[in-house]
Design a binder for this molecule. Sequence first.
Ligand code: PLP
Length: 384
Amino acid sequence: MKQTSHIELHAENYRKNISFIREQIGSGCQLSSVIKGNAYGHGIESFAPLAETCGINHFSVFSAYEAYRLSKVSDGNSTIVIMGVADSDEELEWAVNKQVEFFVYDTDRLLHAIQCAKKLRKKAFIHIELETGMNRTGFSSSDLLQAVSIIEENRDHLVLRGLCTHFAGAESIANYFRIKQQIISFSKFRKFLLGRNLNFDYQHLACSAAIINYPSTINNMVRVGIMQYGFWPNRETQMKHFTKVQSHENPLHPVISWKSRVMGVKDVREGEFISYGTSVLAEKNMKIATIPVGYSHGFSRSLSNQGKVLIRGKRLDVTGLVNMNMLIVDITNAPEIEKGDEVVLIGNQGDLAISVASFGELSNQLNYELLTRLPEEIPRRVVY
Ligand SMILES: *Cc1c(COP(=O)(O)O)cnc(C)c1O
């Protein structure tokens, strides 16, 4: 038995994205592949091994749970960093034991890390996260002094792997002032820590957008999510790059495509309504195809009467409401379509493409949200 749709990951496109990103960051910089949110919907279990075969050996995840999933499929030579939750003794001890690195963003986490390290007689590999203006997680100047003395007292139990912060919207020029303040604040913190003889292997601030919009923040490590998957953080960042290189050739190529098959076709007589309710009245004799993908599979209900799919090399309209498990496509102008034909929901077919961005614009969702809503159960396979 199998799922009603599947996701393909295109290895060649991933290689291109990585080589573009490496060009931007230079050879001395560690590229950490951000795979939180089930690798932005690409599927940790399929995506991470693909990334490793393309030379990636550093990953950032959100939780200990994701780190654990990654550790099960990794080739074992990759560094894993947990940027968020690892709260129970079990989780943090697992991390320390496996030399999985993690963000330390408050005193509580710092003490917990030291406690685990002492208990296991191993060092905790930590990244100190600084609060520079996002007001989410990280040490602010008021609690940093105390943290520094705790670190100094427990130097033997800690490896200071990284000093980091995260920008509050580096993709948009509207946040320019705020981001600049964050950059200044980070460098003050760093000087202060250096003055206390606290030296970190890596300084990392930049996400995808910052690499393009604030290249001075690249430093010796970056945490890149959306761009490695072949998407720009937003249009503004894309335009910034196009302007800089004076070219409209897109260096990023979507890794993901999403496909299903036609479940059935039928005729609808003039004057009949299609699908639930009365949103579509057949104004002439029509032909429709049913596709076994609905909002429960991540195909947003707001794409009702809006979305497009590709079948037999034609771009066709989603007609009527998107149902929980099905959607309906108007094939009046493509009567050759048969049950079993391939349906592209995202990706290419022939010369045509359905981009995640177009999908997003119609449904008012961000690329990020749209991708991560693709359910874990949809099977992923890598195509070379
Ligand atoms: C998600 C995330 C990133 C990656 O952001 P992109 O915009 O996808 O490159 C980097 N750092 C942190 C802390 C994040 O949460």
